[in-house]
Design a protein around this ligand. Structure first.
Ligand code: SF4
Ligand code: SF4
Length: 174
């Protein structure tokens, strides 16, 4: 969880709900794929993300392991992360044209950017990251539209339960 002080430094200082308007719309990201580079230790996948990707691609998790996804251990817990390409550090799911090959089923964390998520009690809110997306003049968009998640309530419930589970497991393993 990010502390309030760090949030103040990296955001516009506001917290957003799903129905709020936020200046996050990059207008299609034309010609840019900056946030798909060198994010190997940032984009951790939930079981929901993995399920979406394997179903979309029609492959097994094992087939993606090593090539597109890697396991990393944090606090004694091994979790799947996006694998970056060795040669240029771009995500393994990015094609030569700089587009995401799993765009409609991209991981939840990828959907957010330039938004982020901050957990507060049994809930979470969104914040707008400042200075990480190089596009000028980001336009206002409803958070819900920006995320474009089907079955949002179910998805949110799962994310909260997964977050709680990982937190409890981390505590026990300590
Ligand atoms: S850095 Fe910004 S403009 Fe570039 S791909 Fe990511 S969200 Fe789009
Ligand atoms: S999964 Fe897609 S959106 Fe996410 S980092 Fe990789 S290429 Fe970019």
């Amino acid at each position: 969880m990010r502390s309030k002080n760090i949030l103040d430094e990296i955001s516009d200082g506001k917290l957003y709900d799903i129905g709020d308007m936020v200046k996050a719309d990059t207008g299609g990201c034309t010609g840019c794929s900056d946030c798909c580079k060198d994010v190997g230790d940032l984009v951790v996948l939930t079981p929901f993300d993995v399920n979406e990707i394997v179903n979309f691609l029609g492959v097994s998790f094992d087939e993606l392991l090593g090539d597109k996804i890697v396991l990393r251990e944090t606090n004694k817990i091994s979790l799947p992360y996006l694998k970056m390409q060795d040669k240029n550090k771009y995500c393994s799911f990015l094609n030569k044209e700089g587009r995401c090959t799993i765009h409609s089923k991209r991981p939840n964390i990828c959907r957010l950017f330039p938004l982020g998520r901050v957990y507060k009690g049994d809930d979470f809110k969104y914040f707008l990251q400042i200075g990480n997306c190089p596009k000028d003049n980001l336009q206002e968009v409803k958070v819900e539209s920006w995320l474009g998640i089907d079955n949002y309530d179910e998805n949110k419930k799962f994310i909260l339960e997964w977050h709680k589970f990982i937190k409890a497991l981390t505590f026990r393993l300590k």
